[in-house]
Design a protein around this ligand. Structure first.
Ligand code: CP
Ligand code: NVA
Length: 309
């Protein structure tokens, strides 16, 4: 049995295999063929943080695969009143076939996975957002940006930046990360990525200059400056990230055919301008839709790993 907690645990071949599977199921659905790959399976979806895309894509995805999703907000379940993660894990995993969790620390997610008898999927933690990156890479493939791409991530050294580091270092492409001073990526995660990059040939660059990162890039991406859990630092962050907005001038530095990605939700006028987000290079709504397709690939693949045992 496998969990899907971070791309750190996955090989290049596995990542590509899952995305291919997601693309195959996507083409089936577009042809109105709904194969019940996960008939009668239930997916528990535990949310300790807000969500639009993650909730809707997992719930719709499991339904289209012949199963059912249970939306469990920590405001409603006993976890929110202090029932331990390890008890919640043992109870839910005796009743459901798969669990998706959105929570704070990666260690909480890992604790759940340790006590779970069914596959656990990371629906975002403070450290990583791996399901998003599967959708992002699927979008890059569809827009012809998967052949030795140069990706520029401009913004906070957060869960999205960390997940880009894992994807690039596993698949072997060039990633440039520009963060303001004091908002760099976690040094342990950077060290892990550097070790993977040695094997894959990935090139990883870190800078405090967004323009340097974006120069001739094939993909430009960013994320909110104030992630869930950072709300108290909002005022300081908005000052510290001045100069990091992706605007038309910044996009002009990239390759003329570059695409713009954003996991959403986007804050117009902060990390990205309205013009870029709504402009011709932006593929953010293809990217959002691909959450549905990529995650179906993940769920079907994880289920297949159980059967193979
Ligand atoms: N990108 C993403 O995970 O969005 P939600 O927070 O709406 O799920
Ligand atoms: N970095 C953001 C991503 C939201 C999908 C957050 O963690 O809030």
């Amino acid at each position: 049995m496998r969990h899907f907690l971070t791309l750190k645990d996955y090989t290049k071949e596995e990542i590509l295999e899952i995305i291919e599977l997601g693309l195959r199921i996507k083409s089936e659905v577009k042809a109105k063929r709904f194969t019940p790959y996960l008939e009668k399976k239930t997916l528990a979806m535990i949310f300790e943080k807000s969500s639009t895309r993650t909730r809707v894509s997992f719930e719709t995805g499991i339904y289209q695969l012949g199963g059912m999703g249970l939306f469990l907000s920590s405001r409603d379940i006993q976890l929110g009143r202090g029932e331990p993660m390890k008890d919640t894990a043992r109870v839910i995993s005796r009743m459901c076939d798969m669990v998706m969790i959105r929570t704070y620390s990666q260690s909480k997610l890992e604790e759940f996975a340790h006590f779970s008898q069914v596959p656990v999927i990371n629906g975002l933690t403070d450290e990583y957002h791996p399901v998003q990156l599967m959708a992002d890479y699927m979008t890059m493939i569809e827009h012809g940006k998967d052949k030795n791409p140069v990706v520029a991530y401009v913004g906070d050294g957060n869960n999205m930046a960390h997940s880009w580091l894992m994807l690039a270092s596993k698949l072997g492409f060039e990633l440039r990360i520009a963060t303001p001073k004091g908002y760099e990526c976690d040094s342990g995660i950077v060290a892990d990525a550097m070790a993977f990059a040695k094997e894959s040939g990935a090139k990883l660059y870190f800078t405090n200059d967004p323009k340097e990162a974006v120069a001739n890039a094939d993909v430009v991406t960013t994320d909110t400056w104030v992630s869930m859990g950072d709300e108290e630092e909002k005022e300081k962050r908005l000052k510290d990230f001045a100069g990091y907005t992706i605007d038309d001038a910044m996009m002009k530095l990239a390759d003329p055919t570059a695409i713009f990605l954003h996991c959403l939700p986007a804050y117009r006028g902060l990390e990205v301008t309205e013009e870029v987000l709504e402009g011709p290079q932006s593929v953010v709504f293809d990217e959002a839709e691909n959450r549905l397709h990529a995650q179906k690939g993940i769920m079907v693949w994880l289920n297949h790993q159980i059967k193979e045992k």
